[in-house]
Design a protein around this ligand. Structure first.
Ligand SMILES: *[C@@H]1O[C@H](CO)[C@@H](O)[C@H](O)[C@H]1NC(C)=O
Length: 220
């Protein structure tokens, strides 16, 4: 079999030449970050990291240095900006990769459209339970932060450890970005076999401690 072995070696050498030489490609990367500076993931904080990654990938002389990542930053207003930008822009050339958006509702719209077009999306957000649906709607989403269900696993472990059976979820629902709602939705989703009740605070229904205490004693 020495002949076959030689052939294999040739093949591997040829393959590695192909791998290192022809992986040159222009990739359009569309990045959605809020220009509004009040978010942890605002443009001013995150853009330097993305530019740094771009520079490092290029400079390393490594496997990916042949790729030219053409990065275009667009605004995310945590509402509709990212979705409309993606739709408008894609009438011409569709991006190859999308980074962001982070906010739940905005990410949902963008990821649905991107998944339909087979464009991968990487987001530090989109943490709600629904995004775990990888069959269709959100097939092309990769999340780089632990989703809310992961936090819920911690609660489930605590409940099992202490043999607790019931919980009252107290949260504020801003009816806009609904981060608190989605956070506790993970708990609700995972702990459906426990006795779970909710006490929701909104702008028109601020915290009323007497009522809250009544809710707690009703549950016991
Ligand atoms: C920035 O976002 C915050 C929080 O959502 C909001 O209160 C503020 O009005 C925004 N600022 C501008 C200039 O849009």
């Amino acid at each position: 079999m020495p002949h076959l072995r030689t052939l294999c070696v040739y093949f591997l050498v040829a393959l590695s030449l192909v791998m290192t030489n022809t992986m040159t490609e222009d990739l359009d990367v569309l990045v959605f970050l809020p220009q509004n500076n009040s978010y942890l993931f605002s443009y001013e904080r995150v853009a330097p990291a993305i530019r740094y990654a771009q520079k490092r990938l290029k400079a390393d002389g490594g496997q990916y240095s042949g790729f030219n990542f053409n990065i275009q930053f667009e605004n995310s207003d945590c509402l509709y900006d990212a979705f409309f930008t993606l739709a408008d822009r894609s009438c011409g050339q569709k991006p190859d990769l999308i980074l962001g958006p982070v906010c739940e509702y905005e990410a949902a719209a963008v990821v649905r459209l991107a998944s339909h077009w087979n464009i991968p999306v990487i987001s530090a957000g989109a943490l709600a339970t629904g995004f775990a649906n990888k069959n269709k709607e959100y097939s092309h989403l990769t999340r780089i932060a632990p989703p809310y269900v992961k936090m819920a696993e911690t609660f489930t472990a605590m409940f099992e450890h202490f043999s607790w059976r019931s919980a009252l979820l107290v949260f504020e629902d801003d009816r806009e970005q609904r981060n608190c709602y989605f956070t506790l939705e993970g708990v609700y989703h995972l702990m459906s076999n426990y006795n779970i009740e909710s006490y929701v605070l909104t702008d028109d229904k601020p915290l009323d401690t007497d009522e809250l205490l009544r809710s707690i004693s009703d549950m016991e």
